[in-house]
Ligand binder design. Structure first.
Ligand code: UDP
Ligand code: MG
Length: 321
């Protein structure tokens, strides 16, 4: 520490993908909160291959606010990769990741920072179900099923409703940055790390404008990254169903043997349908399992290639780093 007391450096990592409708407004909202706080803030915007006016808006904002830096990925790599790019660029004493669509209320920032200052390494915001929203949307049902599944089959507990809205101490951020896996499910990776963590519940407001940038395809990819990179349970389905079939086979052998020994051989020529049934079930299970193994082999293949998680095509300010 220099003799002059240095202000705490807080980096805000904000991934954006086609958010031209909201990015100016959410920047102004965040700014209103942080300008009243006695910390040294930096905004790290990560453009995840937007093709609307998002980058132009961010450039304009960056011209007027020296605290803004902008990383441009070479294409759309996805939210988790964009977050990773921003976290890699963070040099502050702590880092807070948040969305650019106004769903992560900046009013929570002071409390998150205080908790890190008190010694927590991870402050995880948890989205609460709104009390007056009883609708059963597709997203809600699938998300509930997903959290139930991942907590059942992976050794890592992932908090229901955990958002990618969280603060990490320098320590925790360094820990996370040492994990280079290609298939990233950050919520799981953070929970896997351990450290002192605290949960901060919040009610999520609606998007300021525009539609969700998490398409169904992107949600499925995230879910499969979570299942296949955090759990070997699908492979064990094979082992247990194989065992079940083995037990059935022994029972059947015993049955036939008893019929032989008791001289009832005419009853041995049993029905065709039961035979077909067993055959179809067994081959169905084998095919599903081969599929699971195929997915794991694919994941391993992508990991061993050691491709970068994202590529940059531009940077503002361009400090040549
Ligand atoms: N996002 C991104 N890349 C993507 C999809 C989304 O950087 O491929 C950003 C998006 O701009 C937003 C955040 O990630 O700032 C969360 O996305 P979104 O709000 O669309 O997800 P939802 O809140 O609907 O789950
Ligand atoms: Mg959102």
């Amino acid at each position: 520490m220099s003799p002059k007391k240095q202000k705490l450096k807080v980096d805000l990592v904000i991934p954006v993908y086609n958010e031209s409708e909201v990015v100016g407004q959410t920047y102004a909202d965040i700014r209103r909160v942080v300008d009243a706080l006695p910390y040294d803030f930096k905004f790290i915007y990560v453009d995840d291959g937007s093709n609307d006016g998002t980058v132009a808006t961010l450039r304009k904002i960056a011209d007027e606010d020296a605290r803004i830096s902008l990383l441009q990925l070479s294409r759309n790599f996805g939210h988790q990769a964009a977050l990773t790019a921003g976290m890699d660029a963070s040099r502050g004493d702590m880092m807070i990741s948040m969305d650019a669509d106004g769903q992560h209320p900046p009013e929570m920032l002071p409390q998150m920072i205080k908790l890190i200052q008190q010694g927590f390494d991870i402050v995880q915001a948890q989205r609460l179900a709104s009390p007056d929203d009883r609708s059963l949307s597709f997203k809600k049902v699938t998300s509930n099923f997903f959290y139930w599944l991942i907590n059942k089959i992976s050794g890592t507990q992932v908090l229901q409703g955990a958002a990618d809205f969280r603060a990490l101490s320098r320590n925790a951020l360094n820990g996370l940055r040492s994990m280079h896996e290609y298939h990233r499910f950050l919520r799981g990776m953070i929970s896997w790390m351990g450290y002192n963590s605290v949960i901060l519940p919040y009610h999520e407001p609606a998007r300021l404008a525009g539609i969700s940038k998490y398409s169904a395809g992107k949600m499925i990819r995230l879910a499969s990254d979570a299942v296949f990179s955090f759990s070997l349970a699908p492979l064990y389905i094979g082992l247990s169903s194989g065992l079940a079939f083995f037990v059935l086979a022994i029972a059947q052998l015993a049955y036939v043997l008893i019929l032989w020994l008791t001289g009832q051989t005419e009853r041995v020529v049993a029905g065709w349908s039961s035979l077909m049934g067993v055959l179809l079930i067994a081959s169905g299970i084998i095919m599903i399992l081969l599929g699971f193994i195929g997915v794991y082999v694919g994941y391993i293949f992508q990991e061993v290639k050691r491709r970068p998680i994202y590529l940059l095509k531009g940077k503002l300010p361009d400090d040549g780093e």
